[in-house]
Design a protein around this ligand. Structure first.
Ligand SMILES: [Zn+2]
Ligand SMILES: [Zn+2]
Length: 441
């Protein structure tokens, strides 16, 4: 969805200027809770880069204040971006360019959340390695919410899914689920174009697909760009405000799955399910309650203009995580919030990780177990969509597989330390012995 629906813009540069001003000459000190959150999140951010980086001493400075009390200061500001789009859906930047921009803006953790596709993840991961940026494989799934209550209309609802560094479990099943939505998007965009033609606003179908790019399922933003090019509107906002808004004169639904089913699908494939931009909904409280019953983990409550207390309250009332991002599309111009501008506090990410990491740990274990059961080339290729070897120079699949298994075991061992899950420890030992059998180590 368009990022600027009621969301005032803010740039990363403005944010940092503001922060500097606020701090003045004195260095900002952290409370003990903040230190714990900062250390836990930093260790997770640095986990894939180097084993030695996970030494907590390198992450915070500790000094004694005037009263002899230990104080902690973060060495580095952690910038997170949990909602972004690329040319793989309706964004303007390629995954490579998006990661470059993330690096320029000091983003340390970037979740790529294209509409109904995970196809940009491998390219983003390759690029992110250059800068030491952590990529969270994500997707923003288009769904429809049926209220089943009289007078409450059905509503389009976007649900974000966040996966581990190994991607989703049952990835083929998820891909089929997403492909159905993408195929529906073609039909939907065609319906929108024919509605526009009837409204005497001719738009060529070829232009829409050309703007979307090869193989990319067209969305409303692509149609809006074609309308702008044809001179029917002055800007993209006008295209949405007059014709393309939900239920608008040129609006059309596709073949979106039911919102509750989507939440369940995300859970079954080892993801964390977060409701995107609840402020764009007509009945947010009602929808949040029903999606929580279906197993929703969290809702967006932070934007580039700060946190929205009404959605924070709703999250707390339903025991849901609070998250958020800029919904960056790379359109440029004054009306867009920049990548990494949503200034998510570290404790919010810490709370997210407390929920996400055990889910991801189980997913990694499942993917690992599946591979050990069937160490075929095609299974390995599926894994390589989300994970890229660092050291294997040759294209030897055996080397890549070994490297990947080592990485999985590292992730799992960290989870054991943090979560102290005895059951996981037993499971890892079992997997390790299977590994010895398979690889003769
Ligand atoms: Zn959206
Ligand atoms: Zn979005």
């Amino acid at each position: 969805m368009m990022a600027d629906k009621g969301s005032p813009k803010r740039s990363v540069a403005n944010n940092s200027k503001k922060k500097k001003k606020k701090r003045g000459g004195a260095k900002r000190k952290m409370t003990l809770e903040q230190t714990v959150a900062y250390k836990a999140v930093s260790e997770w951010v640095l986990l894939d880069q180097s084993n030695s980086c996970s030494n907590s001493k390198s992450l915070v400075d500790s000094t004694l204040d005037d009263f002899g009390v230990q104080c902690y200061q973060p060495k580095e500001k952690l910038v997170f971006e949990f909602h972004s789009h690329t040319t793989c859906s309706d964004g303007y930047l390629s995954p490579t360019k998006l990661v470059e921009r993330a690096h320029q803006n000091g983003v340390k953790v970037l979740a790529l959340t294209d509409h109904d596709t995970l196809s940009g993840i491998p390219e983003a991961m390759d690029e992110a390695r250059k800068y030491g940026i952590k990529i969270i494989p994500g997707v923003e799934i288009s769904t429809i919410f049926h209220s089943r209550v009289e007078f409450f209309p059905e509503e389009p609802v976007h649900i974000l899914a966040y996966y581990s560094s190994c991607g989703p479990t049952k990835s083929e099943e998820l891909e089929k689920f997403l492909k159905r939505i993408r195929d529906g998007r073609f039909i939907r965009a065609k319906n929108i174009v024919s509605k526009l033609n009837k409204l005497k606003l001719p738009v060529k179908w070829e232009n829409v697909t050309k703007i979307a790019g090869k193989g990319v399922a067209p969305g409303r933003l692509h149609v809006a760009r074609a309308m702008l090019e044809a001179g029917h509107v002055e800007n993209l906002k006008q295209a949405f405000a007059r014709y393309l808004y939900d239920g608008g004169p040129a609006y059309s639904t596709g073949s979106e799955p039911v919102a509750e089913e989507t939440v369940q699908m995300i859970r079954e494939t080892g993801g964390v399910a977060v409701l995107a931009h609840p402020w764009a909904l007509k009945n947010p409280a009602f929808i949040i309650r029903r999606l929580k019953e279906a197993g929703l983990h969290g809702i967006e409550a932070y934007r580039s203009d700060g946190k929205l207390s009404v959605y924070c309250d709703l999250a707390e009332a339903h025991d849901l995580l609070k998250l958020g991002g800029s919904d960056y599309h790379g359109r440029g111009g004054q009306h867009e919030s920049d990548l990494g501008s949503s200034t998510l506090p570290v404790f919010v990410v810490h709370e997210f990780l407390k929920v996400a990491r055990p889910i991801w740990c189980n997913a990694i274990r499942d993917i690992l177990k599946n591979y050990l059961k069937d160490p075929s080339e095609s299974n390995l290729q599926n894994i390589m969509k989300f994970w890229r070897p660092k050291t294997s120079k040759s294209n030897d699949p055996h080397c890549s597989a070994n490297e990947w298994i080592d990485q999985c075991l590292l992730w799992l061992s960290k989870e054991l330390n943090n979560e102290n899950l005895e059951t996981t420890q037993l499971e890892v030992s079992r997997v390790l012995s299977e590994l010895n059998l398979s690889y003769g180590r």
